[in-house]
Design a protein. Structure first.
Length: 334
């Protein structure tokens, strides 16, 4: 990772034992436990576990295919190539995924604005885009924080995200890592954002613990997550009532009806409250005019009307599509 900014070394630590790591050519090595972390396609790999959807060697082969003959391709072209290579999912799901990626910088800007309005003291220093995917939130955060880092478990998305940052004119290092074992020292970030990540990790509690650990005292976090019991179609497979199924049925139903694996673990409000504990509050978000795009402005107006009255606001907490989890690390907590 020869083009990484010099300040990144000040943040890094071994995700196994938390000791500072040392660079040895294209490898970072931990003098504490001796573990070595390699580069893959110019991206440092601090993962302790692979992506739940694909093995490391299989993913490397897929990235080679993605990049073969793609010199000069933009990030949108790389996304299109990726989904052409991934025919096992239905085209209608591909279209929704691509649409979400297209909107992610604008959505990230909305989340950044929300975070800095709610916690103005967090809008400086270092920002972590946790589960960054193609780096839409990282690109948006670069206008507010002087140091921005993105991490994700998926090499293929980071390769595409790196190209997106180039096109956005943003210099932000992207690292491979598990959200439950981050490769950073304690207390090095002023803010942490994670958009739709909590439901995709193996251990949601571990992700929450790590987000708090890497925050500086007084630092703030904002996480978004989809509601398991939403009355709208499940966002990953677009099936009505999917979240009400027993968890053991979800994978076979997704494969049967959508021909796709299902590894997400959506949370309902009560489960999310147990997960968050006293570390933050769960919010049914409001949206500013135009924030959801002009085509969704009627939906936004209805949503805001429902949020205004306690009875319907209570229903949104139970059956609305999305939750925000926001909080601030106590200044006295190291």
């Amino acid at each position: 990772m020869s083009d990484a900014p010099a300040w990144l070394a000040e943040l890094l630590a071994c995700p196994r034992c938390r000791a500072p790591v040392e660079r040895e050519g294209r490898v970072h090595r931990c003098p504490g436990c001796g573990h070595a972390y390699p580069e893959r396609f110019g991206i440092l790999d601090f993962r302790l576990e692979p992506d739940p959807y694909i093995g490391i060697r299989e993913e490397e082969a897929k990235v080679r295919r993605l990049l073969a003959g793609a010199e000069g391709a933009g990030w949108r072209e790389l996304v299109a190539r990726y989904y052409t290579m991934t025919p096992e999912n239905p085209p209608e799901l591909h279209r929704r995924y691509v649409g979400a990626l297209e909107r992610s910088v604008a959505r990230g800007a909305g989340l950044v604005d929300r975070l800095t309005r709610r916690f103005p003291e967090s809008g400086a220093g270092a920002f972590l885009d946790l589960g960054c995917g193609t780096a839409g939130l990282a690109a948006a955060a670069a206008g507010r924080w002087s140091r921005v880092v993105g991490v994700d478990v998926a090499l293929r998305w980071l390769v595409i995200g790196r190209q997106r940052l180039v096109e956005e004119g943003v210099r932000a290092p992207l690292l491979l890592a598990n959200a439950e074992a981050l490769p950073f020292r304690r207390g090095v970030f002023d803010a942490v954002g994670a958009d739709g990540v909590l439901e995709h990790v193996r251990r949601s509690e571990g992700m929450m613990d790590e987000a708090i650990r890497v925050l500086a005292p007084g630092g703030a976090f904002l996480l978004t997550t989809n509601n398991r019991y939403s009355l709208l179609p499940e966002p990953h497979v677009r099936l009505w009532g999917f979240g009400f199924l027993p968890r053991r049925w979800m994978e076979p139903v997704a494969r049967r009806l959508r021909r796709t694996p299902y590894r997400a673990r959506l949370h309902g409000r009560s489960e999310l409250r147990r997960l968050v504990g006293g570390r933050g509050r769960i919010v049914v978000p409001g949206f500013a005019p135009g924030e959801l795009g002009p085509e969704r402005e009627p939906v936004r107006r209805i949503w805001e009307l429902l949020r205004r009255f306690p009875p319907t606001r209570s229903l949104l907490f139970r059956f609305g599509p999305i939750f925000y989890v926001e909080g601030r690390k106590p200044p006295s907590q190291s």
